[in-house]
Design a protein around this ligand. Sequence first.
Ligand code: AMP
Length: 453
Amino acid sequence: MSQPLFRTPKGVHDVLPEDQQYMTYIKKAVRHRARQAGYKRIDPPIYENRAIFERGIGEHTDIVEKELFIVSSKQKQAEEVKDTNEFALRPEFTAGICRAYIEHGMQVLPQPVEFYAIGPCFRHDRPQKGRYRQFHQFDLEVIGLKDPSLDAQLIQSLQMIFKDLRIDSRLTLQINNVGSSENRKQFCAALQEYFIGKERHLPELDRARLASNPLRLLDSKEEDTQILLKNAPTLSQFIDAESKDYHATVLEYLTALNISYTENAGLVRGLDYYNQTVFEYWDSSTGAQNAVGGGGRYDGLIELLGGKPTPGLGAACGIERIIWHMKEAGVKAPDKDKIDVFVAQLGPEAKKTCLQLIVELRDIGVHTLGALGEASLKSQMRLADKFQAKYTLLLGKMEVKNGTIILRDMVAGKQKEIKFKDVVPTIKKLLGEKNLDTYSITDKLGNYVDAGE
Ligand code: AMP
């Protein structure tokens, strides 16, 4: 095969039909479990004012420092964004959803306001297994009310989704409480103090982190840093009593819900906006690398984005990583793209007649292909076989004249002639009502399904 002229950029992939089956399956589980718990769908735009991400996620985080895709057009956009003139592709959902909550005045709604979102996110990461530049997340957010029961309920919804997708046993829930931003400030100051005179033992990158965002030393992969951290002050020494109580109650509720967890004092997450509860779902066998999801509380974020102080809590999971786990676990997503009927025809009159038949079959929910080209019946049959159609209908000149059609069972390799007027009910019966792909915008009588009261 010759080399194609164009390919997808590095770290970016087509979501091919095979994977769409998994995507649809996952979206269904998410929608179902989210709706059960009162979440409503939101789609923040794919790109927004970059300051939303920079301010929200934090100037000195990997996502903002290195991974933001900046969008700018050739036209001056000065009117829209006065300070920067630039937008960024969303690297995650939380900051955009919080901006939407403020922009649409949602604090007047009954609180908490719960949102779910599903869609692509973009990070200019170094591509590797499970790490892409365009990937998909599903996201849950609970804004406007603070209660440890909400933290536990959010985790419970995730558990249900993982269970529906049959990957729950492959994941472990890691949980921590990172205290208030004041606690973290004090801890960071203590950490900087501790490293005075020791900086030269730190690898260059961590030395820079010590100055800009010392918390990130905690999840440093550098051995030298980890050795030095052994005698350093720990974050848990700085967590206030209120956060400790809050954490204990969250854990109590998780236990009441029969959710097992691992307390992990080293878990800080890479984003600045978290306070108190943070958690991640790790692959039980490989640990922190390629976490499937994570989240936590962000009680300061809405204020940071210009809103009134409003508590918030959320979680996001990577869909590509979930698909990988499903495949590893041998979970098959149902294939809804099969062809039920192939209609083959010979001659212009037959072609015209079968067009109407194809429409009728499709309308009752039969996946139908046909009226393709002018080839012989034999080669159309071969095509039907390649498409793996369950049945083929053959309509030649004779059949049109006699008001009949030939029905061939492709699996059994048997065929019979039936009356043309009986063909739709016959196919319906053969496939079985439950296997028809009907669309629920109308009910069985063809009336539009009303939104209801
Ligand atoms: P984060 O909030 O950064 O922990 O992201 C939440 C989840 O999104 C992660 O646990 C991953 O499953 C997924 N994710 C994040 N970045 C990427 C990426 N570059 N490629 C694929 N999945 C990602």
